[in-house]
Each structure stands twice: as C-alpha cells, then as structure tokens.
Design a protein around this ligand. Structure first.
Ligand SMILES: O=C(O)COP(=O)(O)O
Ligand SMILES: [Mg+2]
Length: 227
C-alpha cells in the first residue's frame, strides 16, 4: 500500500505540453516530404499528424496527400527527418510560458517530476538537454523506451516505477487524447492543457482538470486532485 505521505509525482507529456515544438516539427517534416515532391504541411495540419512519433507523422503526411509510401522510402525519410531535426535542434522550440517556474514550484514543494512522451529517446533527451530542462526529472521515458507507448497504461506505469512513485500519488499532464487516455487506462488523475496539438477540443478528453496556463499548476492543485 502506498504511504499517504509518498511524494506526489507529476508526469508531463513533452510535445505540445512542456515544449512548443511545432515550428521545428513542421520545418523538419516539410524538409523531408517536399524533397519527395509533396506539398508542405501547415501548422493546422500538425494536430492530425503528431502524437505517435516520427514514423507515424510521415505516414500520416503521405496519407493526407493520398500518396503511397513503401517501407524502404519510409526508412529513408525517417533518416532524413532525424538528421535535419537533430541538426537544427532546439531551433525555435521553447518551453511554454510559466513551465520553468511551475517545475521550480512543484520541486520546491518536494514533488517529483517525470516526462512520459511518445517522442523517441534519441530526440527527447537532446531536446530537453538543449533547453536546459534535462536534469529536472526523476524519469524520462520515450516512445521507444518500452515495447508499448501512450495511450497504453504500461507506458505511464513504467514511468512511475522508474521515478520511484506510486500510481495513487501520480498525475499526468498532457495536450492530447493519448495522454488523457493513458492516464485513464492507468487509473491515475490527469490534467489537460488546451494550447498543444490536440485534434479535438480538450474539453472532450475527460481530464480531471484543464489548465490554460502553467501559472495554474501549483502544489495545492496537485494535492487537491490527488485527495
Ligand atoms: O512526438 C510525438 O509524436 C508525440 O510526442 P508527445 O507524446 O510528447 O506529445
Ligand atoms: Mg503531446
């Protein structure tokens, strides 16, 4: 049984929650697909493309343009995307307003922090490092850390275990259906943010709370949701 005084663990999604990566995701994807003669995607398209990693983003861009994509081309385009994204990282990507202050506030109150993202580790780790956020988390898990990823509950449960937390004292914060469904599947509390890349209104996701700015993310809110 978890002890009631176990430190809360606050788990963050990355793309569209902690960091606005949209300028660089769009630029890297367009660098990749326009070389194959496809029209560039727009920022509005991004909400339908992100969420399940780079391979899926390329696949969805091809599907959007009604173009076939064989496995060998996908592998080549993945390498092209990775090279460009890593080379230009962090580019224009930046933490959302109030993120750093919120992380300071929660850590200052003795809470643990973690990242659970479907972005693969080889992109997640350098991005967090380059933005100066890397050292703040008890655990960082990516879309390829396990053989499963959000919305699979085991991605969140694995993150909690790695961070030394307990499900009953953990809360997931994310921008998309993957995050809130994963939290529900893991039977933990969740908070949704409306400024990320959801393709549906976040009000429809069934999160326990919606915050519109990180200023609202306080130790008192976390304790309130966990009680
Ligand atoms: O990179 C993706 O496709 C999604 O990443 P996220 O889980 O951090 O939103
Ligand atoms: Mg996200």
């Amino acid at each position: 049984m978890p002890q009631p005084d176990t430190a809360p663990l606050v788990i963050f999604d990355l793309d569209g929650t902690l960091v606005d990566t949209s300028p660089d995701l769009v630029a890297s994807l367009n660098h990749t697909i326009t070389a194959e003669g496809l029209e560039p995607v727009t920022y509005e398209d991004l909400t339908h493309l992100v969420g399940q990693g780079v391979h899926m983003m390329i696949r969805r861009a091809y599907a959007m343009h009604e173009r076939d994509l064989d496995d060998a081309t996908l592998a080549r385009l993945f390498d092209r995307f990775m090279a460009f994204y890593l080379d230009t990282m962090p580019g224009d990507s930046h933490p959302y307003p109030g993120v750093v202050e919120a992380l300071d506030r929660l850590a200052g109150a003795g809470m643990k922090l973690a990242v659970c993202t479907n972005k693969i580790e080889s992109l997640t780790f350098p991005l967090l490092e380059k933005l100066g956020l890397g050292g703040r988390f008890a655990a960082i898990t990516g879309g390829d850390t396990y053989a499963f990823r959000k919305p699979d509950a085991r991605h969140i449960l694995g993150t909690i275990e790695k961070a030394g937390g307990t499900p009953a004292r953990s809360i997931m914060i994310g921008d998309s259906v993957n995050d809130i469904a994963a939290a529900q599947n893991a039977a933990i509390r969740s908070i949704a943010v409306p400024f990320g890349y959801s393709d549906v209104p976040v009000e429809t996701l069934g999160a326990d709370r919606i915050i519109t700015h990180f200023d609202e993310l306080t130790p008192a809110l976390i304790e309130d949701l966990l009680n």
